[in-house]
Design a protein around this ligand. Structure first.
Ligand SMILES: [Cu+2]
Length: 331
């Protein structure tokens, strides 16, 4: 069939384009161990974040080897993200289709749901604008389908958060998709602790410290009043994705606590534990649901040397990265 031929061709094309990057990934250490240590999960797998301590490849020289963050590889642990097309016309809605192929080369059809979905698709332009969090549907035979519009020209990064049945851990695979045309890359917005969206104001407290678990608190208010009736969205009061500036390394962190656990309130605060792999700038995207609608608040945050401005006075005294406890989850 045409489709099969097409997919085959794309596999080859992607292999050629991304060969270099994949090679680098392989050189950094056993794929299994790096992936296991990655904190870029969509939440399902707790207990995999013994990050800074887990490296053992010895190929990085004297420094502690750093696990490879999620989203940088199109292929990992034998699973490969294969879009049916890597070009999408800007501004036009298309039926975007892709497969994830497994070790046997066939499309994966059996997934373990993560936060209520078998597959989460995150899209962002490479300048960190145009964030979308989508949930494609299964079109049969392991093919995923989603109506998609890339609003403006540019190169976009597509991430799939998945846990194929039988895979050792969940994976974030990434591929580029181009919307051809001239475009001006947007400058990264400066680091700010308040983001506004749709009449909501979200305040970010906490500091990202590379290699350590950092507590982040996001407080949602509307018209100056704290929002205390956030609605569960995908089994949480908030979902936070962090993308590293320039290479779009991907971290998906989840809140501390979940709806219905008897101790997590529906706002105004949503607490996350995040671990960023390095210093530098990150773009944070918080999805939250209120009054029946999901909105995304975006922040630029600086980790490490280039730290964010001091937290305001009302921040908790021990806002510094809370040492993480034994189970080391990424919530
Ligand atoms: Cu999702």
């Amino acid at each position: 069939m045409n489709t099969a031929t097409k997919l085959g061709a794309f596999t080859l094309g992607l292999a050629a384009v991304f060969g270099g990057a994949v090679g680098v990934g392989n050189l950094t250490g056993p794929v299994g161990s790096t992936a296991e240590a990655s904190s870029g999960g969509h939440g399902g797998d707790h207990g995999t974040t013994k990050n800074g301590k887990s490296g053992k490849s010895g190929k990085h020289g004297a420094d502690t080897p750093t696990p490879v963050p999620g989203g940088l590889q199109v292929s990992q642990d034998g699973y490969t993200l294969t879009p049916a097309t890597t070009t999408v016309r800007p501004g036009e809605k298309t039926d975007f289709r892709f497969t994830v192929t497994g070790r046997d080369g066939k499309p994966v059809t059996d997934y373990q749901p993560l936060h209520g979905k078998k597959l989460h698709l995150i899209v962002a332009r490479r300048d960190l604008s145009g964030f979308q969090h989508l949930h494609p549907v299964e079109a049969g035979g392991g093919v995923w389908s989603i109506p998609l519009t890339l609003p403006t020209a540019g190169t976009y990064r597509f991430f799939t958060d998945i846990k194929p049945a039988g895979a050792a851990q969940q994976l974030t695979l990434g591929t580029d998709v181009v919307a051809p045309g001239n475009y001006e890359p947007a400058a990264l917005p400066k680091a700010e602790q308040v983001a506004k969206v749709d009449g909501y104001e979200v305040k970010l407290n906490g500091i990202l410290t590379p290699g350590r678990t950092s507590k982040l608190t996001l407080s949602v208010s509307k018209d100056g009043e704290p929002v205390t009736d956030l609605q569960p969205y995908l089994e949480a009061y908030g979902h936070l994705v962090a993308l590293r500036d320039r290479d779009l390394a991907y971290l998906h962190v989840h809140p501390d606590g979940e709806p219905g656990d008897g101790k997590t309130s529906p706002g105004p605060d949503i607490t996350f534990y995040a671990e960023v792999p390095s210093t530098g700038a990150y773009r944070l995207y918080l999805d939250f649901q209120h009054a029946g609608k999901v909105r995304t608040a975006e922040f630029t945050a600086l980790a490490g040397d280039a730290q964010a401005p001091q937290a305001p006075a009302e921040d908790e005294p021990a806002e510094q990265p809370v040492g993480h406890d034994a189970d080391g989850h990424t919530h």
